[in-house]
Design a protein around this ligand. Structure first.
Ligand code: FAD
Length: 494
């Protein structure tokens, strides 16, 4: 095993879960780490905003991983800050509420027996097409239809996917479905709802862990540990990385601008980047070809406006999440933070909601003012969902996030390959994380990748890019779940 020299300096770009996890793994081994983030908070997309004492995640973030080693690492990190949350999710579709994961009885109750007959017929039709005649799966629509049949695709996946991505499913890659719901099919639905089979080693998850004071506590705990390891380590906020100069193998100059606009340079033996893969090649020196620039520009994101509402009402729903399919309702997903942890609201006679409006920078939703988006959402809650009265609203605020969802268009894989080919010429530069690899990671995936990258930099033989490529559905717990590595049991970090 090649062992990293302790006097080396690793500079991590981005203080989201991935960057902090790499920094955490390295710093507990005595490696000097500097983490730079352009935001004035740690956590990236895992931030929890506070308004008038109410805490709002950027859309409800649960902790769930099938990797028990990683769960043990998480428990050591978070200590007594963890609460268990029962998962109750529903889909709002054409005025009815459907349980999620989909249950056959519930579909019959809401939509009638004929709908289930149609679902069965269309599923059989697609089974013949895709399994018997080997019809090829070319896009997201094909992937869903092959798994669930045309009727269930149309009811539960088409509209929501198009709301999230802003594109027809025919123009999106099937990779998203294979990453997010491989192994889940109409048979899982039948097994769970008709046979009530929760076999000993496989079932859909029904509860998850959550940090009682909001999800941001996870990155905050990692950042606390990194700086506690020694004065040499730092997590610098409001530090926007603008250029990375390659001086030779394992020798870099990283330039960043602070909040006052002053420029700084830091020397690094290793650079770990979690900033978007479509941005990184464009700030490297020596620079990349026009072809790589085009590929980089082509890696796009969906944006998100979250509307955080405070209400003079004890509770709105029992849901963990409500997925809203209907296009005439502005938001696509809603959660009530109090249902996750009572500590998310300062006064238990009140409650709050987070409403997620998916959009693209400068589209019709993004261009609305905060006041307009908030008012539209309150109207939808009152008039379409009958959840609240407008008079119960104490206040609302909006949070805008540009790089929320990495888009998998039909040729995103080719673009990533071109960029990675260019980046492979910089010895000592590593990319990791959701935007960093343009991979649709959950936070646990980004943390797992980050920890494994830390181990790789320390000289262990691990493949961190394997994370989030498992063939099984990420919500099915199974006795075959991965045990990739034993994450370090650090002293003083629990
Ligand atoms: C609405 C929503 C709900 C989600 N729900 C869940 C959930 O329930 N469970 C779950 O596990 N995951 C969930 N996720 C996913 C989770 O948020 C991400 O997987 C995770 O935050 C990714 O971590 P990361 O470190 O890879 O990237 P990020 O969190 O994006 O961090 C990247 C960091 O890089 C910084 N950066 C970028 N450019 C620069 C620059 N030039 N200079 C300096 N810094 C820079 C950014 O400021 C950011 O802090 C959700 C995401 C969203 C948007």
């Amino acid at each position: 095993m090649a062992v990293m020299k302790k006097n080396e300096h690793v500079v991590v770009l981005g203080a989201g879960p991935a960057g902090l996890a790499t920094g955490h793994e390295l710093s507990v081994s005595g490696v000097k780490v500097t983490v730079l983030d352009r935001n004035d908070f740690v956590g990236g997309l895992c931030n929890t905003n506070e308004h008038k004492g109410y805490k709002f995640d950027l859309g409800g973030h649960r902790w769930f991983t099938k990797n028990e080693d990683l769960n043990n690492w998480f428990r050591r990190l978070m200590g007594d800050e963890i609460v268990w949350v029962e998962r109750i999710s529903r889909i709002y579709y054409d005025g009815g509420y459907y349980s999620y994961p989909i249950s056959i009885f519930n579909v019959v109750k809401n939509a009638g027996l004929w709908t289930i007959v149609q679902a069965g017929i269309t599923y059989l039709f697609s089974a013949v097409q895709y399994s018997v005649f080997n019809k090829s799966i070319k896009n997201m629509k094909d992937a869903y239809v092959a798994q669930f049949g045309a009727k269930l695709y149309d009811m539960f996946f088409r509209r929501y996917s198009e709301k999230v991505w802003g594109l027809p499913c025919e123009l999106l890659s099937s990779d998203w479905v294979s990453q997010r719901s491989a192994g889940l099919s109409i048979w899982t639905v039948i097994q769970e709802s008709l046979l009530q089979t929760k076999s000993d080693n496989e079932s859909l998850i029904e509860e998850f862990m959550y940090p009682c004071d909001g999800y941001v506590r996870i990155p905050q705990r990692m950042a606390e540990d990194i700086v506690a390891q020694g004065d040499a380590n730092s997590v610098l906020l409001e530090s926007n990385v603008t250029r990375i100069k390659y001086l030779g193998p394992n020798d870099f100059e990283v330039n960043y601008t602070d909040a006052a606009g002053s420029e700084h340079t830091v020397r690094a033996s290793t650079v770990v980047s979690t900033i978007p893969l479509g941005v990184l090649p464009r700030i490297m020196e020596p620079g990349c070809s026009d072809e790589v620039v085009d590929a980089a520009r082509g890696l796009t994101f969906r944006a998100l406006v979250t509307v955080n509402v405070i209400l003079k009402k004890e509770r709105v729903s029992i849901d963990t999440w409500l997925y809203v399919q209907d296009e005439d309702i502005l938001f696509g997903r809603m959660h009530e933070p109090k249902n996750w942890s009572p500590a998310m609201v300062p006064d238990q006679s009140t409650t709050s909601l987070v409403l997620e409006c998916f959009c693209t920078k400068d589209d019709d939703i993004w261009k609305l003012s905060d006041e307009e988006i908030g008012q539209r959402c309150v109207e939808d809650l009152e008039k379409k969902l009958n959840f609240i009265k407008a008079s119960e609203v104490i206040d609302f605020s909006c949070v805008r996030t540009l790089q929320a969802y990495p888009v998998y268009d039909l040729d995103y894989g080719d673009k990533i390959a071109k960029i990675n080919d260019f980046l492979s010429g910089f010895e000592g530069l590593h990319v990791v994380g959701r935007g960093g690899t343009h991979r649709y990671n959950n936070a646990d995936h980004s943390i797992e990748m980050g920890l494994l990258l830390g181990r790789k930099i320390l000289g262990y033989d691990v493949d961190y890019m394997e994370v989030n490529t498992e063939p099984e559905y990420h919500e099915i717990k199974s006795s075959k779940d991965p045990e990739r590595d034993y994450y370090r049991v650090e002293e003083g970090c629990s």
